[in-house]
Design a protein around this ligand. Structure first.
Ligand code: PHE
Length: 450
């Protein structure tokens, strides 16, 4: 009880379920629905999925528990949490804040696409069964100059409005309805997709690994995708954990959240990739995959328009529960550090992120010939730096910190609520965090850079 009062100014989750919903809300988002299927599509299908699942089992659960524990113990944002335990480590949290900043700038662009597709499906503009026309519709929209930027702005504005109000109002309540609905609608879509004529090729592509497709850059992509999808490696779960009361069962949360997240990613894969093959698309077409394929699936369903509208509303909701967590990482840091007002900080940061996102949007069209890293445009460069470099690096440093710097007793007490909770896998978990996870990340990282 005392904790609740102590943290009044920072806000706190209304209930235990509230935290699970919010953390799962942060994890489940465009990463699962939009990014995972297209990453699987460009990285050889089943092979990528297999590597992804192995990484979740090995690293996902362990790091989730570590981040939540660190946040709850210190009751601070990402940077504050590190430096409270050891002054020299604050910069690790700063890397996370930078990652959040970069991710949100292109995430919001894609969020804008979702809003546009919601509008399009509501007005019947997507009632097109010719897959090639759907492809042109998508390409035409994202490569245009002003409209995608306006939608990107709308998405940022909604994100801002939610963060503005604070952490526990609204979000929790809405999640209780929206998250289960999302689950149901994806299952329906997956069933429709898998039963389309010609879909079996896609099912095989998605679940049967072709080991010749696995190389270190596929593994790094999968690693980055795990971090991205689980919101790990950047202090997001530290920040969310910091709003958590002392009675929550951390190991349980650390297991449930990755399970939900992975289930939704796999279902999204089943909803999209089989349909890709059924409609004769190529699986490796990149970020447009969901936007081109699913409208084609809707056109093959009774009440397709209703499903389409419903689906894009739920995707938008999922995207927003993630984008608010990204913005929250940045805002929480500034509010904790300089005591600025939450409102003003949120507005300023949202404007800057909006501006930084504009090149990502333009790189789909007029700026598509500008290359930064390798032959990546702005969009892919932001994504690569954040997901494939900053997040794995943040995850690696988190392991070193929790495994080697944080006092073991303090860490154990936090995770077991001072011995009240039986966490049978405590030793295994600690071994993973201390040795296996950091070594695994380091190997993938170094090998793929070569
Ligand atoms: N996990 C979110 C998604 O899958 C994105 C995200 C990444 C959110 C990192 C917060 C932190 O869409």
């Amino acid at each position: 009880m005392s904790k609740v009062i102590e943290n009044k100014e920072r806000g706190q989750w209304g209930s235990k379920l509230g935290f699970i919903l919010a953390a799962a809300g942060s994890a489940v988002g465009l990463g699962n629905l939009w990014k995972f299927p297209y990453k699987a599509g460009t990285n050889g299908g089943g092979a990528f999925v297999l590597v992804y699942v192995i990484i979740v089992l090995l690293l996902g659960f362990s790091l989730m528990i570590a981040e939540i524990a660190l946040g709850r113990n210190t009751q601070l944002n990402a940077i504050g949490a590190y430096s409270k335990i050891n002054k020299k480590w604050g910069w690790v949290g700063a890397l996370g804040v930078l990652a959040a900043f970069l991710i949100l700038s292109f995430y919001s662009v894609v969020g804008g696409w979702v809003i546009n597709y919601l509008v399009k499906s509501a007005t019947g503009a997507l009632k097109i069964s010719d897959a090639n026309v759907l492809k042109e519709v998508f390409g035409g929209f994202v490569s245009s100059t002003t409209m995608p930027i306006i939608y990107h702005g709308i998405f940022m504005l909604i994100t801002l409005a939610i963060v503005f109000v604070g952490i526990d109002k609204g979000i929790e309540k809405a999640s209780k309805i929206m998250m289960p609905s999302l689950f149901v609608i994806i299952i329906i879509l997956a069933i429709r997709s898998v039963t389309l004529p010609g879909a079996m090729e896609g099912v095989k592509y998605f679940i049967i690994p072709d080991f010749s497709k696995i190389n270190m850059s596929v593994v790094l992509d999968a690693l980055g995708q795990v971090f991205f999808s689980l919101s790990l490696g950047m202090g997001c779960m530290i920040t969310y954990g910091s709003y958590l009361g002392k009675d929550t069962n951390i190991p349980k949360s650390g297991i449930i959240i990755p399970l939900i997240d992975t289930a939704i990613a796999l279902l999204a894969g089943f909803a999209i990739l089989p349909a890709v093959f059924a409609f004769g698309f190529k699986p490796d077409q990149g970020p447009g995959l969901m936007f081109v394929t699913l409208p084609a699936v809707f056109s093959k369903m009774p009440l397709g328009t209703v499903f389409a509208v419903l689906f894009f509303i739920l995707v938008l909701f999922a995207a927003l529960t993630s984008s608010i967590s990204l913005l929250e990482v940045v805002v929480a840091y500034i509010v904790d550090k300089w005591n600025f007002s939450r409102q003003r900080t949120s507005i300023a940061i949202a404007i800057i992120i909006f501006l930084v996102g504009i090149p990502a949007s333009l790189s789909q069209g007029v700026w598509s010939n500008i290359h930064l890293l390798g032959n990546r445009g702005f969009f892919d460069t932001y994504d690569f730096i954040a997901s494939n470099i900053l997040l794995p690096l943040g995850g690696f440093l988190l392991c070193i910190f929790v495994g080697w710097i944080w006092k073991k007793q303090q860490c154990e007490d936090e995770i077991t609520n001072g011995g009240e909770i039986k966490f049978r896998l405590k030793k295994v978990w600690f071994f993973l965090i201390k040795y296996i996870c950091p070594v695994a990340i380091l190997i993938v990282f170094l090998r793929s850079i070569k």
